[in-house]
Ligand binder design. Structure first.
Ligand code: NAD
Length: 286
């Protein structure tokens, strides 16, 4: 039976490390802060925002929330972002996505100052990742690298297959695995003979957005399987993109849903906030 990669435990370990770091820096007069903007009252977004603010409170990062009405215009949102960009007391800015249809998501994301873009979605940060330069990395794939490393799974020289090519998961995941010297293949909805490709994987990352699509017929015996998907089933329980019951017996290690990749996303956001605070404090020094 596969090793279960415990995202809850690894996440709480990293949060405790960050809490200690923040406390040490606080004694040197360095403070950390995140501004979270939510437009509209989508219930899922409200839960995500609450989770992020709770994590900030635990670690010692100050957080401020901006709850804007559903009918907010793009200009109004951009004005707020510009104000926060110019505010030296704000290190990190996050706009909870999705935004209502009258607001263009890509315009909003690019308006956030790259040094405050703790989600790692700004083109400058995406470019930095692909060029191997320092910058903020999208939180979910960054969390997956931590899950692998902290579970003692090496990436170097491994066949890594990512299913999904979204800007926030699939593509940055591929870049990060490449940075760790994996041999990386990216699959997507137009990939032919998907199983032939996924069965080559030593490390298989499923970010497809389709409940339980990846069963044992996609997985090589002994592969490490990372499940990014998160879906609510009719019975109210959560499941991933991977059919856990079928895949766990053939995998050497696997992330469960819930309790795998999910908890790592907010934790890596916190990590980015701490990095942003440290960068800002260095800039302020003479
Ligand atoms: P997305 O819909 O933007 O991208 C899905 C990708 O899967 C696309 O690139 C598409 O080409 C590919 N795809 C779709 N059907 C396919 C098929 N039949 N065969 C091969 N490829 C196929 O989704 P996303 O934002 O990347 O998220 C993926 C999943 O991860 C979703 O379930 C989402 O809810 C979840 N997610 C979880 C977290 C977390 O913190 N755990 C964070 C982000 C996303």
């Amino acid at each position: 039976m596969a090793q279960i990669i415990d995202g809850k435990q690894i996440s709480s370990q990293i949060r405790d490390e960050l809490k200690e770091k923040v406390e040490q820096y606080r004694q040197e007069g360095i403070r950390f802060s995140l501004a979270v903007i939510q437009v509209g009252a989508d219930p899922a977004s409200t839960v995500y925002v609450r989770n992020k603010r709770n994590a900030c409170a635990y670690i010692g990062i100050e957080s401020s929330a901006y709850e804007l009405p559903e009918e907010t215009t793009e200009e109004e949102l951009l004005n707020l972002i510009h104000t926060l960009n110019d505010d030296p007391n704000v290190n990190g800015i996050l706009v909870q996505l999705p935004v209502p249809p009258q607001i263009r998501e890509h315009v909003v994301v690019q308006a956030i100052a790259k040094e405050k873009d703790v989600d790692g979605f700004h083109m400058a940060n995406v470019g930095a990742l692909s060029m191997g330069q320092p910058g903020f990395v999208s939180c979910t794939p960054a969390g997956i690298i931590q899950l692998l490393k902290r579970s003692g799974i090496s990436i170097e020289g491994k066949e890594c297959v990512v299913i999904g090519r979204s800007n926030i998961v699939g593509k940055p995941m591929a870049m990060l695995l490449l940075r760790e010297n994996g041999t990386v293949t990216v699959c997507h909805s137009r990939t032919k003979n998907l199983r032939d490709v996924t069965k080559r994987a030593d490390i298989l990352v499923a970010a497809v957005g389709r409940p339980k699509m990846i069963d044992d017929s996609y997985v090589k015996e002994g592969a490490v399987v990372i499940d990014v998907g998160i879906h609510r089933m009719e019975n109210g329980k959560l499941c991933g993109d991977v059919d856990y019951e079928k895949v766990a017996p053939v995998a050497s290690a696997i992330t469960p849903v819930p309790g795998g990749v999910g908890p790592m996303t907010v934790t890596m956001l916190m990590n980015n906030c701490v990095e942003a605070g440290l960068m800002a404090s260095k800039e302020k020094r003479p």
